[in-house]
Write a protein that binds this ligand. Structure first.
Ligand code: SF4
Length: 218
C-alpha cells in the first residue's frame, strides 16, 4: 500500500535555530495543520493551505537540498498520518531527523531513531490544558524538552514540572524566551533565571530570528 500523501506548507534549507542542534545546516519540512492555537505561535501560516505531495516527492526535495540534518515541523507534524513513514524513510537514508511537536499527540508511534523535541505548553501559551504529559514517559535519552517562556510565571511553572519529574536528569531541557519579530522582550530576564537556577537548564534562543527576523522559509 502506498504511504499516505502529505500536506506541506514549505520545505527549505536553513540553519537549525534551536535545540542542542542549533547552528547546523538543516532542511525543514513544515507540514500543514495544527489543532492548537498558542497565543505566541510564529507559524500560523501553516494552519491551513499547503500543497499535497507524495512521500517520494518530499524525499526527492530533501535529497536535492542536501543537508544531513532534517527537521519535521509544522503546524503539528504528528497530526498527519504520512509523517510516520516519512520519518522512517529519512532515518533509513541516513539523515539525522528531528521532530518538533507540541506534544498533544502521543509519541509512541514515532520511529525511535528520531530525536523528538517535545514543546510542553506553559500557561502563557493558553494551551496548557492540551499537554499530554504521558509523553514525558515516551521520551528517550536523546530527546529534548522545550518550554517557551513568556514571563516569570511560565518559567516557575516549567521549573516545577522539571523538578517534580526530575526531567533534567533524563533529557536536555530547553528554556526558550518568546520572540516578537527579530527580538525577544524577555530574553535577558530569562537568561538570568536560567543562569541562577539550581536545575540543569539550557537557554534556547531562536538563532534564525536573531539573524533574519520572523519570516517564513528562513
Ligand atoms: S503547537 Fe506549534 S504550530 Fe500549533 S499553535 Fe502552538 S506553536 Fe503554533
Amino acid at each position: 500500500m502506498p504511504a499516505p500523501a502529505l500536506v506541506v506548507t514549505e520545505i527549505f534549507r536553513s540553519l537549525q535555530g534551536e535545540s542542542s542542534f542549533a547552528g547546523l545546516p538543516c532542511t525543514f519540512v513544515r507540514l500543514t495543520g495544527c489543532a492548537l492555537r498558542c497565543v505566541w505561535c510564529d507559524s500560523s501560516y501553516a494552519f491551513s493551505g499547503g500543497n499535497t505531495h507524495t512521500l517520494d516527492d518530499v524525499l526527492a526535495e530533501v535529497t536535492r537540498l542536501g543537508a544531513p540534518l532534517v527537521e519535521l515541523t509544522g503546524g503539528e507534524p504528528l497530526e498527519q498520518e504520512g509523517v510516520y513513514p516519512l520519518a522512517a524513510a529519512l532515518c533509513d537514508r541516513g539523515y539525522t531527523v528531528l521532530l518538533e511537536t507540541g506534544g498533544h499527540v502521543p509519541l509512541d508511534r514515532v520511529d525511535p531513531r528520531v530525536v523528538k523535541i517535545f514543546d510542553v505548553k506553559c500557561p502563557g501559551s493558553g494551551m496548557q490544558s492540551r499537554n499530554d504529559l504521558g509523553n514525558l514517559k515516551r521520551l528517550g535519552p536523546r530527546d529534548e524538552i522545550k518550554f517557551v517562556v513568556k514571563d516569570r510565571r511560565d518559567f516557575d511553572w516549567a521549573l516545577d514540572l522539571v523538578a517534580r519529574h526530575d526531567l533534567d536528569r533524563k533529557n536536555t531541557i530547553l528554556i526558550s524566551p518568546v520572540f516578537e519579530g527579530s527580538s525577544s522582550p524577555v530574553a535577558a530576564d530569562v537568561a538570568e533565571w536560567v543562569r541562577d537556577s539550581k536545575r540543569k537548564l539550557r537557554l534556547n534562543l531562536q538563532v534564525h530570528k536573531l539573524l533574519w527576523g520572523d519570516v517564513p522559509g528562513r
